[in-house]
Design a protein around this ligand. Structure first.
Ligand SMILES: Nc1nc2c(c(=O)[nH]1)N[C@H]1C(S)=C(S)[C@@H](COP(=O)(O)O)O[C@H]1N2
Ligand SMILES: [Mo]
Length: 354
């Protein structure tokens, strides 16, 4: 991706100006300050009156529910630190170019979400035996792929009943801000972010698989326009480093002083625990094992570090690659699909050592 090549158009700039990523230096925080957490909003942030807001739980259930925000807060509460990543993270690196939210590498964040376990709520509503999926619908609406819709996604009953899936009203100890789903959102640990529906208005148990746009058309790994593709689901492993030294304003290229440099970063995967992170100072020609640090919880990213001793002054390319317990390792180069999803190719940081 040549920096001075005109590649993005005004449609992408409009999206990029609305939906920001995490500045990579903010990887220093185990829990991302909420204003630095990435943001992805397909349509508009809906206006919500918390006094009249209700969450309707219905469909194939024995006891339909309509909960106020106070009803939600009166139930037993849990807090779970979760690393969330947009399925489009890395899209700017795929070729041929895919026109959509043009993430480079920064569509990720870790927050401590507080709310109520979804499973308990579905049990209280008396989920029917015929229910196969649960549909989560947001208050926000718009047009996507020519289809007018409320943003909505589904989970199978098994996925919805899993441990640590929650309906969150609080993030990092404060009520959700408007942009992150006030007053209530779904949080599904380990899954790409599109699953975690914001601004919830209803939860509906259904007897047939949900065929809404964001489920059946978008978020599928399609090799061509007429390929159905597999659904995008669990987060592929990724490690990111805090770019060392100081940046050039325009190009973001780094200037680093010679001498040992402590490289630090975070690594995560929704497909298995992180078991290793490798570091390369020669563009991936040779790799060394980094030291793994702590994580804030079983669904949160893990710190890592590597003491790099630059061999000489001059230009080099730093890379890092994560491995998870399921045997996945980040690939050196991007692979392509229609939506530009789940590109977890290794990060490359251009550095000049002086
Ligand atoms: N209702 C609603 N929920 C949504 C979205 C949306 O546009 N509308 N975007 C999804 C996508 S694609 C992502 S990556 C995450 C982003 O969550 P965040 O903005 O809180 O980081 O929210 C998901 N939930
Ligand atoms: Mo996303």
């Amino acid at each position: 991706m040549a920096l001075d090549q005109p590649m993005f158009d005004l449609r992408e700039l409009q999206l990029a100006a609305r939906n920001h990523g995490v500045p990579l230096e903010a990887l220093r925080y185990p829990i991302t300050p909420v204003g630095l957490h990435y943001l992805l909003i397909h349509f508009d942030i809906p206006a919500v009156d918390p006094g009249s807001w209700r969450l309707d739980v219905g469909g194939a259930v024995g006891f339909p529910l309509s909960l106020s925000l106070d009803d939600v807060r009166a139930r037993p509460q849990v807090s779970v630190p979760v690393t969330m990543e947009c399925a489009g993270n890395g899209r700017a690196g795929v070729s041929p170019h895919v026109v959509s939210q043009p993430w480079v590498l920064e569509a990720v964040g870790t927050a401590e979400w507080t709310g109520i376990p979804l499973r308990g709520l579905l049990e209280d509503a008396g989920l029917a035996d015929e229910a196969v999926e649960v549909v989560f619908e947001g208050l926000d609406s718009g047009i996507d792929g020519g289809v007018e819709q409320h943003y909505a996604r589904s989970l199978t009953v098994g996925q919805a009943m899993a441990d640590d899936v929650l309906l969150a009203h609080t993030v990092n100890g404060d009520p959700l801000p408007p942009q992150h789903g006030f007053p209530l959102r779904l949080v599904v640990p380990g899954w790409y972010g599109m699953t975690s529906v914001k601004w919830l208005r209803s939860i509906t148990a259904v007897r047939e698989p949900f065929a809404g746009y964001q489920q059946a058309q978008a978020y599928r790994m399609r090799r061509s326009e007429d390929d159905d593709g597999e659904p995008v689901s669990l987060i592929a492993p990724r490690a990111l480093m805090i770019p060392p030294g100081i940046p050039d304003f325009l190009t973001r290229a780094r200037l680093v002083d010679r001498g040992p440099v402590r490289i630090e970063g975070r690594a995560w995967s929704g497909r298995g625990d992180i078991v290793g992170v490798e570091f390369s100072a020669d563009g991936g020609g040779s790799w060394a094992e980094a030291e793994l640090g702590e994580s804030a919880g079983r669904h949160a990213w893990r710190g890592w570090s590597y003491l790099w001793e630059p061999a000489a002054t001059g230009a080099c390319e730093l890379c890092c690659a994560a491995r998870d317990a399921a045997g996945n390792r980040q690939p050196p180069h991007a692979s392509w699909n229609v939506g530009g999803y789940a590109n977890n190719a290794v990060q490359r940081v251009a550095v000049a050592v002086r």
